[in-house]
Write a protein of this length. Structure first.
Lengths: 573, 190
C-alpha cells in the first residue's frame, strides 16, 4: 500500500527488505531517523555506537561475518569514520555493507557544509544519490546487490531535503538472505603493507568496472525533452530542475555519483545545444564534464554555497521568478534558544558571570553562545573542546588555566571527548573540563548513549560511570554539580579553576524534555515586588519577558526550574 | 496544478502533527504529496517551516517565494515573516497568539505592532483566529494545531468526514475526541 514516508524512514524500509541484519550508527541530523526507524524492525539488530568510526567498524565486522550490515551518519561523521572507510575499500566486503551519509547543504543543523562526494572519490567507493523517498528505498536494496557483486562498501548519500521530506513509497516484503560463510583470507582482510599493496590494484580495477556499470545502470537515466538546454543533475537538484523546466529541457539524472559515467555524458551532451550542470555545493560533476572536454556551465551561474531551490534556479538560469508581496519592514529574528528549564542554562549563566573563556563543543549547549549568555568562545567539531583547552593552556600557561574551561555534553564526550581527556591526564595541563550530563543525546532528538544505561530500543544496557572513568584516567578532582543550583555551580567553578591540578566538573541534570522528568508548577511574578531590574532576563529564558516594565512569565513554557528565582533580589519570583 | 500549503510556527508548537494529518488526508484523496520538515537545531524554539505540496505530480519538496496557496501560521510574527512565500492571491490562516522571540525578550527589538492589519493592507486574504483560546476550550492548549487545521479545512474541497477520519488515523486513540473538538471549533467559529 502506498505510504507517505520520510526519506530516512524509506531508507530504513529498504534496509529491512534487503535483509540487513546489523546496523550501527551515531546520531547526526539529518541522518538520525534511518537507524531509529530501522530499530523498529526486530529482524535488524540496531545500536547507537559511541561514534561513527566505531559504528563503521561494527558494520564491517558484521559484513565480514557474513551478514548484510549498515551504518549511518551525517556528513561530518564520515570524517570520523574515514579511517575504516578508506581501508575497507581495499578489503572489500563479505556480505553487503551499505553506508548512509547525510549532507546538510544550507547548514540547517551542522557546523559546515562539506560535500561528502569527495570522500567517495578519495576512498574509491561507489556512491548513490537518491532524489526522494521512493528512490532512497529502492537504492538501498540495489546497493546491497552492488556491494556484493563488486565486493565493495557502497555509500548512499542523502541530504536534508531528501532525508527530511516525505514522499510516496510502496513498500514490499523482506527477503532474508542466506548468511555468507566466513572464510579466512589473510591476503584480503589483513591490511598490512604486503597485502594492501596487492589490494590497491584490485580497487582500481573495480573502479574501472564500476565506471562501465555506470554507463548502463538504471541509476543514471536520460529524460529527453527540449534540446536547447541539457541539464546534468542529481539528488534534490533534479526535483528543482524539473519544477522549473519541466519538459522544456532534457535532463541526465545521475543516481550514481561515483564513479561518474563517461560515454553516457558525452552522448547526452551531443544531443543538446547548451549544457548546464546543476549540483549543490562543489562542482564535482561539472569538473568531470570539463575533463571530458565538454563546454559546460555550472558554478559560473549557480552558487557553490548553500541550498538550491526552484526560484534560485529560475533566477540564475533566466526564467521569470514568481511575484510576491513584501511587508517591507525588518522583523525580529527568531533564532533557536535553549528550552525553558534547560539544565544547561544555569551552568552557562555561571560561566558568563565569571567571564571565563569557554571552549565549546557540538550539541544543544552550543546555544550557550547565543545572546544574552554569549558564554562560548569556540566550537569546532565533536570533542574539540577537551583537546583544544589543553592546547590553549599549554600555549598560554598559568594566565589561562584559571579562567578557561572546556564544555562538552555526555554523548559528545563519549564520542570523542574521552581521548582528549586522556591527553590532558597524560601530558598534564591544568585544564578544567565540564561535562554537561543531561542523560541523553539532546540535539538530534533524544538518542541513548553509553552513559544513559539504555540502548536504542530503550531497554536497559551497560552504563558507563563518568566519575569512575575520569578518576581511572588519573583525575583526582571530579566534582558533580546540579546546574539548577547557581550558588553551588559558582562555588565549584571558582574552586576548580583555582585548583593547581586538572579537574572535571560534571554538571548533571536530565534534559527537561525527557518524558520522565517531572515539571514543577510555573512560577508567578509578584508584580508588587518586581521593580523591573531585569536580573532574571540575563538568563535568556524564553519563558521570561518584560511586560509593562515588570517581569512576566509565560505559564505555557515555564517548567518551574527555579533558576530565575535565585537571581531575584526582591523575592518577586 | 500543484497546490502549496506552508505551515509555519515556533519550534515545539506541534506543526509536525498538522503536516502529518494534511499529508495523510491528501494521499488518501489520491494526490501525489510531498511534505518537507525541519529537524535538529532550529526545532529548539526557533522559527520552523513545514512545506506540504500536492497535485498530480510533485517534484520539489519545498515551497519558494510567491508559491504558497496557503500559509498556516501558529504565531502572528511567523505569518508576517513568511508572507513573501504567499502567492499574490493566496490566503493566510493565522493564530493570533504572540510568542516573543529572543531579541524581543532581551529588549534588542520590539514585537511588531498591528501585524494583522499590515498583512491585510497588502491585499492578501487573512483569516486571523485566537486558536489558543479555542484549543483550551477543546481541552488542551496543545491542540492549536487541530484548531488551525479545522480553519484551513474551510478552504478545501474535501468533505468534513474525511478530515475527521484522517484525525482518527493520525492521532493516538485517547486524544481523538479532543482533537476532533479542536478541529470543529476551528472550522465552525466565526
Amino acid at each position: 500500500m502506498k505510504q507517505l514516508m520520510l526519506g530516512n524512514k524509506a531508507f530504513a524500509r529498504g534496509l529491512y527488505e534487503a535483509g540487513c541484519c546489523v546496523a550501527s550508527s551515531y546520531p547526526g541530523t539529518p541522518s538520525t531517523e534511518v537507524t531509529e526507524e530501522a530499530a523498529k524492525y526486530d529482524e535488524i539488530y540496531c545500536e547507537w555506537a559511541p561514534n561513527e568510526k566505531v559504528a563503521m567498524e561494527v558494520a564491517f565486522g558484521a559484513s565480514l561475518a557474513g551478514k548484510r550490515s549498515f551504518c549511518g551518519m551525517k556528513h561530518v561523521g564520515l570524517n570520523v569514520a574515514a579511517d575504516p572507510l578508506y581501508t575497507c575499500s581495499y578489503t572489500g566486503v563479505n556480505a553487503g555493507l551499505v553506508i548512509c551519509v547525510a549532507d546538510d547543504p544550507g547548514m540547517h543543523s551542522s557546523q559546515n557544509e562539506q560535500d561528502s562526494r569527495h570522500h567517495a572519490i578519495a576512498s574509491k567507493v561507489p556512491m548513490l544519490e537518491p532524489a526522494d523517498s521512493a528512490e532512497a528505498y529502492e537504492y538501498v536494496k540495489k546497493a546491497y546487490e552492488l556491494s556484493e557483486t563488486f565486493d565493495t562498501p557502497v555509500i548512499i548519500k542523502m541530504c536534508t531535503r531528501v532525508a527530511h521530506s516525505q514522499s510516496i513509497v510502496e513498500p514490499g516484503e523482506r527477503v532474508e538472505p542466506e548468511r555468507k560463510p566466513y572464510e579466512k583470507n589473510i591476503g584480503k582482510y589483513v591490511m598490512m603493507p604486503g597485502n594492501a599493496i596487492r589490494r590497491h590494484p584490485v580497487v582500481e580495477e573495480r573502479m574501472e568496472k564500476l565506471t562501465e556499470y555506470a554507463e548502463t545502470c538504471d541509476f543514471n537515466r536520460v529524460e529527453m525533452g527540449g534540446t536547447k538546454l541539457g541539464i546534468i543533475t542529481s539528488s534534490t537538484s533534479y526535483q528543482y530542475a524539473k519544477e522549473v523546466f519541466g519538459d522544456s529541457a532534457s535532463i541526465l539524472k545521475l543516481g550514481m555519483v561515483n564513479p561518474l559515467p563517461v560515454k553516457k555524458i558525452l552522448d547526452f551532451a551531443a544531443k543538446v545545444e547548451k549544457l548546464v550542470v546543476i549540483e549543490e555545493l562543489d562542482p564535482i560533476i561539472e569538473n568531470h564534464c570539463r575533463q571530458l572536454g565538454l563546454s559546460v556551465s555550472g558554478k559560473d551561474l549557480l552558487p557553490i554555497t548553500g541550498e538550491f531551490s526552484q526560484s534560485l534556479l529560475a533566477q540564475k538560469l533566466g526564467v521569470e521568478p514568481k511575484e510576491y508581496k513584501s511587508l517591507g519592514e525588518p522583523l525580529p529574528a527568531r533564532p533557536p534558544v535553549m528550552c525553558a528549564g534547560c539544565p544547561h542554562r544555569g551552568l552557562f549563566y555561571t560561566l558568563a558571570k565569571n567571564k571565563v573563556t569557554v571552549l565549546g563543543d557540538i550539541g544543544c549547549y552550543t546555544l550557550g553562545a547565543v545572546a544574552p549568555l554569549s558564554a562560548m568562545d569556540m566550537t569546532l567539531c565533536m570533542g574539540a573542546s577537551v583537546s583544544a583547552i589543553h592546547g590553549f593552556n599549554k600555549a598560554v600557561g598559568q594566565e589561562s588555566e584559571g579562567k578557561t574551561v572546556a564544555v562538552i555534553g555526555d554523548s559528545t564526550f563519549m564520542h570523542s571527548g574521552m581521548t582528549g581527556l586522556a591527553n590532558i591526564a597524560y601530558n598534564q595541563s591544568n585544564s578544567t573540563v565540564i561535562i554537561l550530563d543531561n542523560s541523553i543525546t539532546g540535539m538530534t532528538g533524544h538518542q541513548q548513549n553509553p552513559t544513559t544505561g539504555y540502548n536504542i530500543k530503550g531497554d536497559p544496557a551497560g552504563k558507563i560511570d563518568l566519575e569512575a572513568l575520569c578518576k581511572a584516567m588519573g583525575f583526582a578532582r571530579v566534582v558533580v554539580v546540579d546546574p539548577y543550583d547557581l550558588a553551588q555551580c559558582d562555588k565549584v567553578l571558582k574552586e576548580e579553576l583555582a585548583a593547581p591540578e586538572p579537574s572535571v566538573i560534571i554538571s548533571r541534570r536530565p534534559c527537561v524534555l525527557l518524558k520522565y522528568v517531572k515539571h514543577n508548577a510555573p512560577l508567578k511574578v509578584d508584580t508588587e515586588k518586581c521593580i523591573g531590574c531585569k536580573s532574571c532576563m540575563r538568563l535568556g529564558c524564553p519563558a521570561i519577558s518584560i511586560k509593562d516594565g515588570k517581569a512576566a512569565i509565560d505559564a505555557t513554557l515555564c517548567v518551574g526550574c527555579g533558576v530565575c528565582e535565585q537571581l531575584c533580589r526582591f523575592d518577586a519570583l | 496544478m500543484t497546490k502549496n500549503v506552508m505551515i509555519v510556527g515556533v519550534g515545539g508548537q506541534g506543526s509536525l502533527l498538522a503536516s502529518k494529518l494534511l499529508g495523510y488526508l491528501l494521499l488518501t484523496e489520491g494526490y501525489d504529496v510531498k511534505v518537507s520538515e525541519v529537524h535538529g537545531m532550529s526545532q529548539r524554539g526557533g522559527s520552523v517551516v513545514t512545506y506540504v505540496r500536492f497535485g498530480e505530480k510533485v517534484y520539489s519538496p519545498i515551497i519558494d517565494k510567491g508559491e504558497a496557496d496557503f500559509i498556516v501560521s501558529f504565531e502572528k510574527l511567523e505569518a508576517a515573516r513568511y508572507v513573501e512565500y504567499l502567492k499574490t492571491d493566496g490566503r493566510i490562516v493565522v493564530n493570533t497568539q504572540e510568542i516573543d522571540p529572543m531579541p524581543v525578550i532581551t529588549g534588542a527589538a520590539g514585537y511588531p505592532e498591528d501585524l494583522i492589519e499590515k498583512l491585510k493592507a497588502l491585499g492578501v486574504a487573512v483569516d486571523a483566529l485566537d486558536c489558543l483560546s479555542l484549543a483550551e476550550e477543546a481541552g488542551s492548549a496543545k491542540a492549536v494545531n487541530l484548531v488551525l487545521m479545522g480553519r484551513l479545512s474551510r478552504y478545501f474541497d474535501i468533505p468534513e468526514e474525511k478530515w475527521l477520519m484522517a484525525i482518527e488515523k493520525c492521532v493516538p486513540a485517547k486524544f481523538v475526541d479532543l482533537n476532533r473538538k479542536a478541529f470543529a471549533l476551528g472550522r465552525d467559529s466565526e
